[in-house]
Design a protein around this ligand. Structure first.
Ligand code: HEC
Length: 154
């Protein structure tokens, strides 16, 4: 039993080490491109929802459910792309130094955003249009709050 536990621990340690090594070999430029790609896709799925919440796009319950599910996955993707190793990237980036100067605040902005997306997912299959629009507003605010502090003004 003890031996098995030890072995499991060893396998875990090996696994973690391997991930770290693989990760540190990714070029800074690639990290920047990948995080921007995840952000671009968030924009793709958030755009129509924002339009619905503002009454500019006709409400469609299926689109809300589908796009919420896409955002659920995407909202987990950009963050490891902001690893300190990406700071030396020579490609164009709008990421502000505050990301690395205030890591706790940046993490908080991610957590608030992911909570807002979870809130949207929770109401996205209920068919309650008003609740969905409120939740969409919450997600939009969380995108904006982070951009305000951590992204260069466009
Ligand atoms: C926790 C912070 C944070 C949250 C939350 C966040 N963003 Fe971003 N976003 C950034 C940062 C930082 C950049 C700049 C990345 C870069 O240029 O390296 C960015 C860039 C972008 C870009 C430009 C991508 C490109 O190709 O340059 C778009 C579009 C975008 N975000 C959309 C969104 C949308 C839509 C949401 C919400 C659904 C969102 N973001 C949530 C921090 C955030």
């Amino acid at each position: 039993m003890k031996k098995r536990l030890l072995l499991a621990g060893f396998a875990l340690a090996l696994g973690a080490g391997h991930t770290l090594t693989a990760f540190s070999q990714v070029k800074p430029e690639i990290l920047v491109k990948q995080r921007q790609a995840a952000m671009t896709l968030q924009g793709k799925y958030m755009g129509p929802l924002g339009g619905m919440a503002q009454g500019k796009v006709p409400y469609n319950a299926e689109t809300v459910a589908f796009n919420a599910a896409m955002l659920d996955a995407l909202s987990r993707m950009p963050w490891d792309g902001f690893a300190p190793a990406s700071k030396g990237a020579t490609v164009k980036t709008a990421a502000l130094p505050a990301i690395w100067d205030e890591p706790a605040k940046f993490k908080e902005a991610q957590d608030n955003f992911q909570r807002a997306v979870q809130g949207l997912v929770a109401v996205s299959r209920g068919g309650d249009e008003a609740a969905q629009k409120t939740a969409i507003g919450g997600v939009g605010k969380a995108c904006g709050a982070c951009h305000e502090h951590f992204r260069e003004k466009q």
